[in-house]
Structure formats: C-alpha cells, structure tokens
Design a protein around this ligand. Structure first.
Ligand SMILES: [Zn+2]
Length: 257
C-alpha cells in the first residue's frame, strides 16, 4: 500500500517519525509521499526522504501559508526541488476559500498556484493539489493552465460530476479517512465512481484519521482502513485495489517498484 499524501514533517509526527515510519511499514505501507506546505516543511520533508527508504517528497506552498510571503520565495522551493531525486512532485499547492474568502484571497492564491504549476512544468514534475471550497476556480485554472505531468486532487471533496471533468483533464484523485466517515455521502460516492486507474490512497496524517481512530492523530499505518472501506464501497477485492492503487501512484509519479 502507498500513502500518497502524508505529513511526517508536521510537528505532530516529526519527533516520532522513526516509529511512525516503522509502524507504517509493519502495516504494509511501503511507500509514502511526504508533502510540504511552506518552505520550512518542504525542507523537513526532503530531509526525511533523503534518510528513509520508501519516503518521497513533494515541495510547495499551500494557499493557507502564503500570507505575508512574496512570490520570490518560490525560487527557494525550486532549488529544493532540484536538490534531491526523492522530490517527485510540486505540492501541496492550490486554492482554499474556507477561512479566507475568494473575494479577499482568490487572486493571490491563484498567482501562487499558477507560478507553481509553471515550476512543475519546468522541472517536469506532477503536482499535488489542495482544494477546499474552491472547486470551480480550480477547474478554471487547471483547464486553462496545462500541467504537463498532471497531478492528484488530494483529499478530493468535489462532486462526482466535477470528478468526471477533472478526470477528462487527466487528473488523479486521492481518498483518505473521510471515506470512512458515516456522514460523508458525497465522498463515498466519488470514491465509488472514480475511474479505477485514477484512484490513490492517502491519509493526510496527522489530520483526518479514519474510523475507528477518528479525532485522533492520523498516521500512514492507517492506510489499510481506507483501503478496506473503498474496496467495500466498490465491491472489490482488497488485494486487487492495493495492486491497482500502487500501480496508479507509480505511473503518476514515475516511481519504480
Ligand atoms: Zn496535506
């Protein structure tokens, strides 16, 4: 199994990262993509990946962290991306109108998103996308700014109809703990109808722990709970879903087994 979106670089996991990675591997999660969300967390992610087998990295600026930051900082992210072969994506990058509304933050968030899409294209890397309460604007950006190597909409929270539109653009979809929540009807539906060759498993640890750990600190070792839930939703064999999602990850991020 592969955790396609996790934050071993988050302070909730960083100090215990050795044990967290060990528990993941014992649970069958052999590969993890540790995702940055600003310069500091991206640096930490690279450091962890450089010293752990099976841990890869995405570096980037998440929309909630661009406050008071100049676009110039992306030069540092680009240097970092070129510094290690373990960097396999630019992310997480995106749009988030949950706390700061579109009218207030939209233009600035789009500028950071588009600049990082251009960076990904220069480096020939795919992207890991964070999108909350901004699905329409995200579609507008991705349909007008080609991402050569495509990417994944992590923790997908849009509608099934929008999923189909993003799939036509060539994008992948990450599903995590939310799929195990009883009331998450739309997410369950999306995980069920998602084209099988575009589906990725994730945790977004330390956030969004799956049932029966809901509300606790999430970690990559919990991917099997997500796998089991999605396999049940789709009426699929767990082993087959594992094989398919591993293959999807390797195809998107160009990672050899
Ligand atoms: Zn994340």
């Amino acid at each position: 199994m592969i955790d396609s979106h996790t934050h071993l670089n988050d302070e909730a996991l960083y100090d215990s990262r050795e044990e967290v990675i060990k528990r993941a591997k014992e649970a069958g999660v052999h590969t993890m993509l540790c995702v940055g969300y600003d310069l500091e967390s991206s640096r930490k992610a690279v450091e962890i990946a450089n010293t752990h087998e099976g841990v890869f990295v995405a570096v980037g600026y998440q929309p909630e962290n661009i406050e008071g930051v100049d676009l110039e900082i992306l030069k540092e992210i680009e240097k970092l991306a070129a510094s290690s072969p373990k960097v396999i994506a630019i992310g997480e990058i995106g749009l988030d109108y949950h706390w700061r509304k579109k009218e207030e933050a939209g233009d600035r968030q789009k500028a950071f998103l588009i600049a990082q899409i251009e960076m990904a294209n220069r480096l020939n890397l795919p992207i890991s996308i964070h999108c909350r309460d901004a699905i329409g604007d995200m579609y507008e950006v991705l349909s007008t700014h080609t991402v050569e190597r495509r990417g994944v909409l992590h923790c997908y929270s849009g509608s099934p109809e929008m999923l189909e539109r993003f799939a036509k653009l060539g994008f992948y979809f990450g599903f995590g703990g939310v799929t195990t929540f009883k009331n998450a009807k739309t997410t369950k539906e999306c995980a069920t109808i998602c084209p099988i060759d575009r589906l990725l498993l994730e945790t977004d640890a330390p956030y969004l722990a799956p049932v029966p750990f809901r509300g606790q600190t999430n970690e990559p070792a919990y991917v099997p709970y997500v796998l089991k839930t999605i396999a049940e939703l789709r009426g699929m064999d767990e082993k087959e879903l594992e094989r398919q999602t591993d293959e999807n990850f390797r195809r998107l991020f160009h990672v050899e087994p």
